[in-house]
Design a protein around this ligand. Structure first.
Ligand code: NZQ
Ligand code: ZN
Length: 386
């Protein structure tokens, strides 16, 4: 096992009816900016619960943060933060609203001229404007990690950022919010969390037995609850397990002491940047090709995953590993997620070259657990997924 440090300062408040605890978690002596998305929280009752809990606070609102949060929208929120002298932020939404808030947390205290530099120059944020979250969509794990992804559609860019100053101070995760999530987003959430685990697990054996079992436990639980969540999102048993799996998949615990990959995410982000495809769906397109391309490096863990998750006990390591890739693609498809780029667009010829260029421009020239996925290799992976 590798050496590691673990720092996860976010206070997790989990369970039915817990949104009311906001009144104690959000400081009363600061002006609060409440940030949310396109309005789903007004239809499903979450907005009312939040406003009731904050009735003794001074609250200003900023809405309209879109899925795959846009830099230009966030700049408008940044103006509000500066003009209104905001001292605390509350993100109420899914990964997009939370990530947008993380960008603002960094940008509010940034001393440079252009906040885009935080993303372009990959500046690590050590101190940000404090914020908490109310999670409305289990998927990204953003509620308990310090990463964020921001898009700039006019230049076809989708960039990652982070730093120890960007953990939410607290996150309230009430699984009853799952009842109003559309099927498409439920499938996305399950697929995203599943892939987060794979990015931290599907590398090479590293004598990290507990981390492997943690990861396998999350994968098995996601497979177990997926049909129930999609069939009836108001099933609390399924929803609560779904929500906690998504958080545990990307709150730092399973990645400690082991090599991690993340190339699937970095390549897949380009599919959202160019075509606007939902994040989770881009992962389902790229992952099978990426694992096929890097088969030799990943086959031992693929075979372990085949045995422990899918009970495939017959055959050689190679046979089990190949079957594991097929079953993973099958799992995405069982959620109603298409796994080829041509299922989403007809305009894919030449796309691989654009991906290679964007990755080069953004300095992502050595991806994967062996840092051997160059932009050329990434382009091959993209072509294999057409
Ligand atoms: O905007 P509203 O009206 O709120 O609607 C949202 C949005 O349209 C809707 N929704 C959310 N909660 C709902 C609901 N609808 C009904 N009932 C509810 N309770 O769902 C739609 C999608 O929301 P979004 O926040 O975009 O989804 P998700 O949580 O999947 O976030 C995706 C973003 O997170 C980034 C992705 O790249 C993408 O930009 N990621 C962030 C990560 C991180 N910070 O650690 C890691 C991930 O790998 C990912 O890259
Ligand atoms: Zn993801």
């Amino acid at each position: 096992m590798r050496n590691f440090e673990l720092y996860v300062p976010t206070k997790m408040i989990f369970g039915k009816g817990e949104i009311k605890k906001l009144s104690n978690e959000v400081p009363k002596d600061k002006k609060v900016l409440l940030l949310y998305g396109g309005g789903s929280i007004k239809k499903n009752g979450i907005y009312d619960q939040v406003k009731t809990a904050l009735k003794e606070h001074t609250v200003i609102e900023f809405s309209g943060i879109e899925a795959n949060p846009e830099f230009t929208t966030l700049l408008k929120a940044l103006e509000v933060i500066k003009n209104e002298n905001i001292g605390y932020m509350l993100a109420v939404g899914g990964g997009s609203v939370i990530d947008g808030t993380k960008f603002l947390s960094s940008a509010a205290l940034y001393e440079g001229n252009d906040p885009w530099d935080i993303l372009a120059n990959r500046i690590r944020t050590v101190k940000g404007l404090p914020f908490g979250t109310v999670l409305t969509l289990p998927a990204t794990g953003s509620e308990m990690n310090s990463g964020a992804v921001v898009s700039r559609s006019e230049t076809n860019e989708k960039m990652v950022m982070g730093g120890p100053g960007l953990f939410p101070e607290f996150s309230i995760c009430d699984p009853t919010v799952v009842h109003s999530i559309p099927k498409r987003q439920l499938a996305n959430g399950i697929a995203d969390a599943y892939t987060h685990v794979l990015e931290q697990y599907m590398t090479y054996p590293a004598d990290a037995y507990l981390q492997d079992r943690f990861s396998e436990g999350i994968l098995q639980t996601l497979i177990e609850i997926a049909p129930s969540v999609i069939k009836d999102p108001s099933d609390y048993k399924a929803a609560s397990n779904f929500m906690w799996c998504c958080t545990m998949a990307l709150n730092g615990y399973i990645q400690k002491g082991v090599p991690t990959d993340w190339s699937v995410h970095m390549i897949a982000h380009e599919l959202t940047a160019f075509y606007g495809i939902d994040h989770a769906r881009t992962l389902a397109v790229i992952l099978p090709s990426a694992y096929t391309k890097k088969f030799e490096h990943k086959k031992e863990k693929l075979a372990q995953y085949a045995e422990r998750i899918f009970n495939i006990t017959e055959g050689t390591i190679e046979e089990k590993a190949k079957e594991a890739i097929k079953r993973t693609e099958g799992f995405y498809q069982s959620l109603g997620i298409d796994t080829r780029l041509r299922d989403y667009t007809d305009d894919y010829e030449g796309f691989s070259k654009k991906v290679a260029k964007n990755l080069t421009d953004h300095g992502m020239t050595a991806l994967g657990e062996h840092q051997d996925i160059t932009p050329e290799v990434a382009a091959e992976i993209v072509e294999m997924s057409y």
